[in-house]
Write a protein that binds this ligand. Structure first.
Ligand code: F6R
Length: 260
């Protein structure tokens, strides 16, 4: 796992967009897994700027979702399908044809989850999965004590996650209790995991993920098992890391030939 500590969200955005740009240069039809929420927004904005400037081509890029609320129709502004359309596809000039998603309104949710797993595999697997992290250490919506062997399935959100996400809804009760999420084993199959986090509220979860024991109670600690995982955090999210100085000096001394 490589830990990169940068000053702020804008720097995370530039670094994240740079990683995606490098991927697209080597694989124009890459499958990019996107997280929703606040943390990755600077990455999407920085990528859109590079596309608008003609520095990066996303003509063949395909985008897939990490998770989805159960019961929100696709046209609900907070369905993750709608959020990804607004924050990723449209700014990049892509249409729904480039999108691979899971139907959180399906009558048979286990079948929809299995179909999504099959669709990801048929698409050749995820090349780069962008992740945020919950204050409770979740990735996707794999809440604490999710199995490291889990696949796409229905999960129940913790009260803490529902409270954290209430800011996106008119009323806290509107945050769905249930979600569909790629499992930890599904996420771990992506060729590169890039987790981004900002703010002191994430410091404890980041420290547990990076320096704590491998534990289902901290789902993001599964990144410790991944051969290519990059964690990009601002100073506040890095504030509980005991090895912060080591991570800073390692990144400062990174050989020019070695990309993230
Ligand atoms: C949502 C997702 C979640 C969020 C996490 C952090 O697609 O994958 O794991 O990344 O809840 O959310 P923010 O970034 O809003 O703090």
């Amino acid at each position: 796992m490589e830990i990169v500590i940068v000053p702020d969200g804008a720097a995370i955005g530039e670094l994240g967009a740079g990683i995606i740009a490098e991927l697209l240069a080597r694989k124009p039809a890459a499958l990019l897994g996107v997280a929703t929420g606040s943390s990755p927004l600077p990455v999407y904005a920085a990528l859109a700027r590079r596309v608008a400037a003609g520095e990066v081509s996303v003509d063949r890029l395909r985008v897939c979702q990490l998770d989805e609320y159960v019961g929100l129709p696709a046209d609900h502004p907070q369905s993750y399908r709608a959020v990804i359309a607004a924050e990723v596809l449209t700014p990049l000039g892509l249409t729904g044809d480039s999108f691979l998603g899971v139907d959180g309104t399906a009558a048979d949710l286990p079948a929809a989850c299995a179909a999504y797993e099959a669709a990801l595999a048929a698409a050749g697997g995820v090349d780069l999965q962008l992740l945020g992290i919950g204050t409770d250490g979740h990735i996707g919506f794999n809440e604490p004590c999710s199995s490291f062997g889990s696949r796409t399935r229905v999960k129940t959100l913790t009260a803490r996650t529902r409270a954290d996400n209430a800011r996106f809804f008119d009323h806290p009760d509107e945050v769905p209790q249930h979600v569909v999420t790629q499992g930890i084993a599904t996420i771990s199959e992506a060729r590169h995991l890039v987790l981004v986090a900002t703010g002191e509220g994430k410091a404890e979860a980041i420290a547990a993920t990076v320096e704590g024991p491998l534990a289902a109670a901290v789902p993001a600690s599964a990144l410790q098992l991944h051969p290519h995982a990059t964690v990009i955090v601002d100073e506040a999210a890095a504030s509980a890391l005991k090895l912060a100085d080591y991570f800073r000096s390692t990144y400062a001394a990174k050989p020019a030939w070695q990309s993230l």
